[in-house]
Design a protein. Sequence first.
Length: 670
Amino acid sequence: MTTYNLPTTEELLAASQLPMGLIIQPLAQLRPGEIPIETVDFGDAGPPRCRRCNAYINPHMIFTSGGRRFVCNMCLFENEVEPMYFCNLDMNGRRCDLDQRPELRSGTVEFAVPKEYWGDKTLTAAAYVFAIDVSWNSIQSGMLQQCVEGIKHAIWDEEGRSRLVPGAEIAILTYDRNVHFYNLSFGLEQAQMMVVPDIADVFVPLGDGFLVNPETSQAIVEAMLDMLPQLFAENKTAEPVIGAVVQAVRLALEKRGGKLILFQTALPTFGPGALRFRDDSALYGTEKEKQLYAPQDDFFKDLAETCVESALSIDLFLFPNAYVDVATLGCLSSITGGDTYMFMNFNAARDGLKLQGDIGRLVNRPFGYNGLMRVRCSNGLRIAEHFGNFHMKNSTDLELAGLDSEKAFGVLVKHDGKLDDRTEASFQVALLYTTMDGHRRVRVHNYSTPVTTLLGNVFRWADMDTTINFLSKGAIAQALSKPLNEVREALTDKCVRILTAYRRNCASSTAPGQVGDMNPSNGKVTLPSLVRASYARLAPDGAYLLENGQKMFLWLGREISEQFLQNVFGVSTLEEISPGQRQLPEIDTVTSNQLRVLRSYMQSLRARFLELIVVRQGLDQVEIEFSALLVEDKNNDAMSYVDYLPTIHRMIQTEITTRPHEVHTSIWSR
């Protein structure tokens, strides 16, 4: 939550200038020591729900009339308790079976649900389809070889055991101007290739053998993967047909859903959804810049929406050496709940380790598909807007073809009346989805927070990580309708107005030139530093925004400061580093061992594979790339943090002296 004390009225919220919203990460992995999420099965009756608002039973509902009724904490409707769920209350008004009811004592719980929740999909373990571009660029860059190694390591461990959940199935296909399917059935001596040249009306040429068990068909799948680099070594085709591939896989998985992982090397200028080159550097920084961040046409957008209906989630790995139009192709991943990975000018020696690491992280983290999510809130509040990678047919339900443990969503909350500060405000997130091992579940998160009439409490309990996460999601959404420079300026303006509101209302006795201690986390420093750091991620040429920002920040859930504000560690001289060496040497020295332990720890904290690169000061060309990531330095046409902070202070003083009582609205609080 952006603040853990909600203001009672919209006017009080406007006075704070803080956004009021939630960052929701439904399938977040548990931290070490946390209790596993329990699953509750109510049989064919399904979980108890409020008869008015359909909220699921939760710890914040109040039982009355000796246990025969319960009052919904969302809408305050008094419900009858079904006889099968009745239990007497103790002298404190609590159910006597509270300790045996996870749904009444845990903030998060999963419900096993009856067939009426299943929909029209067959309940099976997840299907993973790997579609590999084998055109000329793929061969020449070394991507194909590294991709093959990454897929093998992601599916099987060192002992040859499958890393996937029991029952999961895999499929491999390749493509250039044609689409190549492979029969990988157990018992064949080798894989059988089937070529579909009619990409205008693509079809799946086989039923059995397309999806196979990774354990029983391990030998034939590995042999086929090892054969691919040699099989296509002389391929001169340079036009990979990504549109036809997605259409074919959607047909193959229409009845079950799953995950499609695409590896694409070039702008698709041939076949269904063919795109044109439209990059124009003259547009950057102008009013027309926003056109570059929107899709060229609706083909891939419409295709992605049909994939949502088929519960097919798509992840993109892009390896261009020229313009590739992420804004258009990215619809496949953003609408279906997938990821987009960018490897510009891919070099096998330089980027191979990271590619293999990213494939492994993507395939092996917890995953769900065929999802539907709704956020409910208590009386006096309403959900006004959603941010993230999803599809919506109405104003309340998020349709998620797939989502994993790293996916998060932003929700803008508005007042729908005056809140009562004698009670708490409640939120409930309900996610109906199919688990990766093929079970239909509803995961429910419940959250309740105090309400206050004091502006000081709103600031004191503000969460800066969540606030900048929320503002960043809003900034990315605004980039589709406003020039990027305006979006960046709006971030600074929002920062100034938040700090001005605190200075004006909660720290009026502070000496001029100081902001005051905004909260225990020192928000007066944290908020400007995070806003300034976000500038490096909203580069003026739009490259980072589209390649990583728009497709990453919209789903970023963990503390965003880990992504914006990196730590720099000083180490002793590594004399064993040879010229041009990018990786840490695997030698038995104290420094080398300590750095490898540090690397492993840092990698465990990240959603994506973190590659540790050796940069020798004054000797390596990559030092320039490293310098551009120093967010407190002057770069990307933005001032250094040392200059930025005094500028923020001057703007605050100007706001206070020229507009002492003005209340502003913004793109994040509309």
